[in-house]
Design a protein around this ligand. Sequence first.
Ligand code: F6R
Length: 587
Amino acid sequence: MCGIIGYIGLKQAFPYLVGGLEQLEYRGYDSAGIALCADELRIQKAVGKLSEISFEAGEGTIGIAHTRWATHGKVSIENAHPHTDCGNEIAIVHNGIVENYRELKACLIENGHTFRSETDSETIAHLIEEFMKRGFEFEDAFRNALRLLEGSYTILAIRKGERKLLGARKGSRSLCIGIAADGIFPSSDVLAFLEWTDKVIYLRSGDVFVADDNQTVRIYNMAEGRAVTRPVDCITCSTEDAKKCGFDHFMLKELSEQDETVLRAIQQEEEGVRSICDTMRHAFGTFFIGCGSSYHACLAGSYIFSKIAKVHVNTVLASEFEHYEDFLTDNTLVLAISQSGETADVLDAVNAAKRRGSTVVGIVNREGSILTRESDALLMMNSGLELCVLSTKTYTSQVVLMAMLAYALADKYEEGLKKLGGLYLDIFNLTSRSMRDYLEQLAELLYDKDHIYLIGRELQYATALEAALKIKEVSYIHAEAFAGGELKHGPLALIEEGTPCIVFVAAENKAKILSNAEEIKSRGGYIIGVAPEREAIFDFWIKVPEAEELNPIIQIIPMQVLAYELAVLRGLDPDKPRNLAKSVTVS
Ligand code: F6R
């Protein structure tokens, strides 16, 4: 949620820090700040979007910077990072929550410390100061402070007069270090330094590092109590992925890439896929877990598994998974699905599964993310960077990968790959200019509505849920999905003259869902059909090909386009919906 970047090296830190913050903007934030270390420590903080903030260039070859997404304390300059100690000599940036900050703060105040913000994070700067007051060197004071912190975190710290940048990572927060010829870039996200280097060290939980201006990085693991070495990896995503490439928004660019990303998702090592299937065959209970869109992909996946492989899986929201812990054994399989590989609820669920000895298979997009390292086996989505806060291309890739596993489980791997690869042209057509123009007409009919309802059955129910999420998060129109069969159990009360209802039709359950549409129509509802054929009941028809068990991959695409057009018509930024962040690293 928060973004962190630091620099220590031979050049001026300021341009790198500002450039890094710009790259982190996609994660969503409400304030930002920079600390530069020359003879003095110089801090600048501001509230708002980076495009509205102008930091003054300053001297210094060491610095840290932060974009904040408020959790503890309102959005304000005082609460923005970096935070400093009483003497304004130590500056820290922090992502995470100091769970025991109230006790620590009370103790520090008793010892004479004065706090300026309402944040939990400020405690860290004062703790380091307190240990230094007691005679510890900066490095040791930092480590001692870490020992007192409860919760997971990423922290960077600098101090006036020290030619060092310190950092640490624990639990579900990520921290990586970009290594370039003229500097070192610790950050919460490779994207922050991708323009300057493709060499990266991914730190593990409990790692503390010290970088100095001789370009050396020393790493110590607190849990192991010893110095450790971590490999230097090469980043494979390209800087092109981080550019809009002529599109007005990342959302449009990313949803338009799906013809290719679907093909990239199926490029997997067959052996790896088969070995996951073997584990699944022998597992006593399989859980698909995820949050938001990734959860909807799990739900679509569970229907696909029933249909293709005749296998039952449990789908559980990662945030609800703790209630299922008692049913986990060392023979349970947990398939954890996450674009970012950083979502705290998913990582907490994975840790719970690992504590019980269950096997964890990750389906992840971001290379180097925590979930890639916590999983026993892994399928990468290969979608490239997704920078719009909304997931579009990664949603379809998730469903593709689950369908691929289901085909493999049913011994129909080759046939499945052919079917999945064959979606290419249909997806291309669904994101074409003419389709967008057509959906813009629909958006014009809907953009001033207060409510949109969506219905579907089985696979199409998962699509209805995902489409409703897309519409609400980007256009702020209330959109709610129901299983067709549930209408009479309550939702029909919401239908009035002209209420727009999107109905997802598939050959298999056409009669039933059209009869549900009839229930809505007879109460005055305006019916928008997403279907292979025009039906008399439709007031508006979105033509999609019939893709049977792969319908969730096809039918969601016009809904992503519609959500995009609604946001644009309502004058909203589709890439950065209010109150939302790309990586949800708090549970
Ligand atoms: C919706 C969306 C979110 C994410 C959710 C999980 O468009 O993007 O609902 O799907 O926050 O994120 P990941 O997949 O990174 O775990």
